[in-house]
Design a protein around this ligand. Structure first.
Ligand SMILES: C[S@@+](CC[C@H](N)C(=O)[O-])C[C@H]1O[C@@H](n2cnc3c(N)ncnc32)[C@H](O)[C@@H]1O
Length: 213
């Protein structure tokens, strides 16, 4: 079974209700700082309990990328796995504590503290990955800027792959509209990182958008 931050069965390491338990009480998720070591401790607990943590990496690798931007990388959970599989990966997160933990855990991967909405690395990637509800943990109202920042780092023919929970105040239609604005075309959509069929009642979505040229 895939790792889950909540009590109920979800499909990645970013269950919103579970993540909010790691945030200072009363603070909106998008406007706070994280405790990277506490986040990683929870990831380690799932791994120790036998949960499979690499469904996101499996899906990304099915696209056969040479380069990946792990956007909202947290403590480098996915970046570490992609690097171990030979992918040239850079992790970016706006949270200093998350990046501190990532750098300690995965010293051979480059991690940057930056807001994706403002990011301009002057290069592009085969895949830009947003794993673990990143659009739900960005400051409210900045999702379009977040997606624009991700979109300008996608190579021609490259992909934006994003997974997030539905029913938490940010609609899938908003994500699709922002993707369209920056020239990304929907090419696949699933209900889980393991490619289960997406239906109207799905409470999680994994979308693959592509920059066609
Ligand atoms: C639930 S964590 C997921 C971490 C990691 N991707 C994973 O799956 O384990 C969401 C992360 O998105 C980051 N994030 C949200 N909005 C961001 C933004 N605008 N720029 C950079 N990072 C952002 C948060 O700081 C947080 O570390």
């Amino acid at each position: 079974m895939t790792a889950d931050i909540g009590d109920d069965a979800r499909s990645d390491c970013g269950d919103v209700s579970g993540d909010e338990q790691l945030l200072p009480s009363g603070t909106p998720a998008g406007e706070t700082s994280w405790d990277g070591d506490a986040y990683q401790a929870r990831v380690d607990e799932w791994a120790a309990s036998g949960s499979y943590l690499h469904a996101e990496a499996d899906l990304v690798c099915s696209l056969d990328p040479a380069t990946v931007l792990d956007a909202g990388c947290g403590t480098g959970r996915v970046a570490a796995e992609l690097s171990a599989r030979g992918v040239d990966v850079i992790g970016v997160d706006r949270d200093v504590s998350m990046i501190d933990t990532a750098r300690q855990r995965v010293p051979d991967v480059s991690f940057l503290v930056a807001d994706l909405a403002d990011l301009d690395l002057g290069r592009t990637f085969d895949v830009v990955l947003l794993a673990g509800n990143v659009p739900l943990f960005t400051p409210a109202g900045t999702q379009e800027a977040l997606l624009a920042g991700c979109g300008r780092h996608v190579s021609p023919g490259g992909y934006v792959v994003a997974g997030f929970q539905l029913g938490h105040g940010y609609e899938l239609s908003e994500w699709d509209a922002s993707c369209q604005t920056v020239g990304l075309v929907l090419v696949d959509r699933w209900a889980t990182w393991e490619s289960e069929v997406f239906v109207d009642t799905s409470d999680y979505v994994v979308s693959v958008h592509r920059r066609m040229s």
